[in-house]
Design a protein around this ligand. Structure first.
Ligand SMILES: N[C@@H](CCC(=O)N[C@@H](CS)C(=O)NCC(=O)O)C(=O)O
Length: 259
């Protein structure tokens, strides 16, 4: 039997971890295909992605696309890929026969939760709990988009960018901290994909600390400097979940150096 969901992406990628962890929690058959970020320019992006043989590059001229975000130079994407993925991004999710494309890492994760028989991952049968989970996922995406820009510009920071990132961080974590003051998990008292997305995106942002030297050299403070002190509930939640088997086997020691 073929897999239920397929993902093509550069790897490792915390945005893909959202789906892999959800598949672990929800017992969904997920196939992930990919390569190191720097190698993805040598792949033909498609439902059946293929490593490009450099000798055949001239035959692929038709599939040449100028990269738009996070990559530099040329990428190779089939017409069919762009039909399924109009924004042309990875991670790129697909249903089992490739007839549907699902983009945005939160939405790919949602697809996995919907396919799973473990309905509690996505609010059970209650449309309002499901929508509340969506609310957190939307807030998460806004935060993640801010930090994507920040990380891409980390070598040439400007006060405007740093301030914007700081206020997005404070806004997002104030809300998460408040929700964790009322419940054990972000939505209610069961683990949902809102928690999975929180762990993966925040873990990725905390790697800001790897860039401490370069941020300081440009005259700025680390935004996450006092994370543990300022947001103790969020910190404990992140730490506790990242130690659970389903998270740990995917994230390995990603957080060890920074927490
Ligand atoms: N918010 C999206 C971000 C996806 C994204 O921006 N992907 C970039 C790489 S980091 C991409 O695929 N760029 C393709 C291009 O540059 O053409 C998600 O969570 O999936």
């Amino acid at each position: 039997m073929s897999e239920q969901v397929r993902i093509f992406s550069y790897l490792p990628n915390p945005r893909v971890w959202k789906s892999i962890i959800t598949a672990e929690l929800g017992d969904v058959d997920l196939k992930v295909i990919g390569d190191k970020p720097s190698n993805l320019a040598n792949w033909l992006w498609d439902f059946e992605p293929k490593k490009i043989d450099s000798l055949n590059l001239n035959k692929l001229d038709h599939f040449k696309r100028l990269s738009k975000r996070g990559f530099k130079g040329t990428l190779y994407k089939t017409d069919e890929f762009l039909k399924k993925h109009p924004f042309g991004t990875v991670p790129a999710g697909f249903n089992s026969d490739g007839s549907e494309g699902i983009f945005e890492s939160n939405s790919i994760m949602r697809a996995i939760a919907r396919v799973s028989s473990k309905k509690s991952l996505y609010g059970g049968e209650d449309p309002f709990i499901q929508s509340r989970i969506d609310s957190f996922l939307d807030a998460n995406l806004v935060f993640a988009r801010e930090f994507q820009v920040y990380v891409l510009e980390i070598n040439s920071l400007k006060p405007y960018l740093h301030n914007r990132m700081k206020s997005a961080y404070l806004f997002y974590l104030d809300g998460i901290e408040r929700s964790l003051s009322a419940n054990e998990f972000i939505v209610g008292n069961e683990l949902t994909i809102a928690d999975v997305s929180f762990v993966c995106d925040l873990a990725q942002f905390l790697r800001e600390r790897d860039n401490k030297k370069i941020i300081k050299e440009q005259g700025f403070e680390l935004i996450t400097k006092d994370f543990e002190k300022d947001y103790p509930k969020s910190f404990n939640h992140l730490k506790k979940l990242s130690k659970r088997d389903e998270f740990k086997k995917i994230m390995l020691n990603y957080l060890d150096k920074i927490l």
